[in-house]
Design a protein around this ligand. Structure first.
Ligand SMILES: [Fe+2]
Ligand SMILES: [Fe+2]
Length: 324
């Protein structure tokens, strides 16, 4: 189902040509900067795994200060940190595979009016290639962790909170164009916000070096993707009718919240699998005590797109709240 272009909107925006120079510059630089070209070897033959180092930074766990966590045995805590790292990767992969890549494919297939520019298409296709490579990087890192740590007894992880929120919103949407638009907005937010998520680990010197390297390499590509997505969103937005534009604007803060919130649902299974008792109680305590329920607190990406799309007056969300 294609988003139907409203004729009156087409006239109104007919004189607003999208400037493709930004996309052209980004597309031209791709062969030199894409990590799939420059850093393939670092992923294929990573440095030694230091078993003494944790797989994930403890301070990012929502229950890091809970007395039952602090009282757990070192072996149990190591298992939780290992699974936390695996889940961290799962969240990235789900965003790429279930949200961004299907949207990029739809853009390339001409599903959304306004995505016809030569350089726009080059940049979107390059972004799509990068995303598939990112999934590969995270997959390799996860396989290595499972092998070295001899991970057994992992629970079935629920869908990530970001994806669950999208599914919930899609279930409430009555029409196909609304569901398509939800996915487009989720992709937009993901592309402009994923760096804040990756930077939770990319500069961390306390974890396995590979566990900082993969997010760091990934973030380098995403710095370009955020610029691509801002331009793509602008190009598509001018072709939306008034109802679709309102839906786009209303959805932005919901998608952002889904992207930055703590995923409490994943932890009881992990704590239990590591043999820590009272898992539900630990997580419930944290949920109650937690002031903001946010995992990511850097909202610079969303602030940028709202500014560049000139939506400041329309988007109903305080992007300063919780920001660092
Ligand atoms: Fe990515
Ligand atoms: Fe991306």
């Amino acid at each position: 189902m294609t988003i139907v272009l409203d004729a009156s909107v087409h006239e109104a925006v007919g004189d607003r040509e999208i400037d493709e120079s930004v996309l052209r510059r980004i597309a031209d630089s791709w062969p030199r900067r894409a990590t799939v070209r420059t850093d393939l070897d670092r992923i294929s033959a990573p440095e030694e795994y230091d078993r003494a180092l944790p797989d994930y930074p403890e301070h990012l766990l929502p229950f890091a200060e809970h007395p039952r966590w602090l009282a757990a045995e070192p072996g149990q805590r190591q298992q939780v940190l290992t699974m936390a790292w695996l889940v961290y990767n799962e969240r990235v992969i789900a965003a790429e595979e279930h949200v961004a890549n299907p949207t990029f494919a739809k853009i390339m297939h001409g599903h959304f009016p306004g995505a016809d520019g030569v350089h726009l298409k080059r940049a979107v296709q390059q972004t799509h290639v990068d995303e598939v490579w990112h999934t590969y990087m995270h997959m390799i890192a996860m396989q290595r962790t499972r092998e070295v740590r001899q991970v057994t007894g992992e629970p079935r992880y629920p869908h990530t909170v970001t994806f669950r929120r999208l599914q919930e919103a899609q279930a409430r949407a009555g029409e196909a164009w609304q569901r398509d638009l939800l996915k487009l907005v989720w992709t937009t937010v993901s592309e402009i916000s994923v760096n804040a998520y990756l930077e939770l680990l990319s500069r961390d010197e306390t974890v396995q070096p590979l566990h900082a390297l993969v997010p760091r390499l990934h973030a380098r590509d995403e710095a370009a993707h955020s610029s691509v997505m801002v331009e793509v969103a602008k190009a598509l937005y001018v072709h939306l009718n008034a109802e679709q534009r309102r839906a786009f604007v209303d959805t932005l803060p919901k998608a952002l919240h889904a992207f930055v919130e703590q995923d409490f649902a994943v932890w009881p299974g992990i704590l239990t699998a590591a043999g820590i008792e009272h898992a539900e109680e630990i997580v419930a305590d944290c949920r109650r005590a937690s002031g903001s329920n946010l995992l990511v607190r850097d909202f610079s990406g969303i602030r940028r797109i709202v500014r560049e799309m000139e939506l400041d007056e329309l988007v109903d969300y305080d992007f300063g709240a919780g920001a660092e």
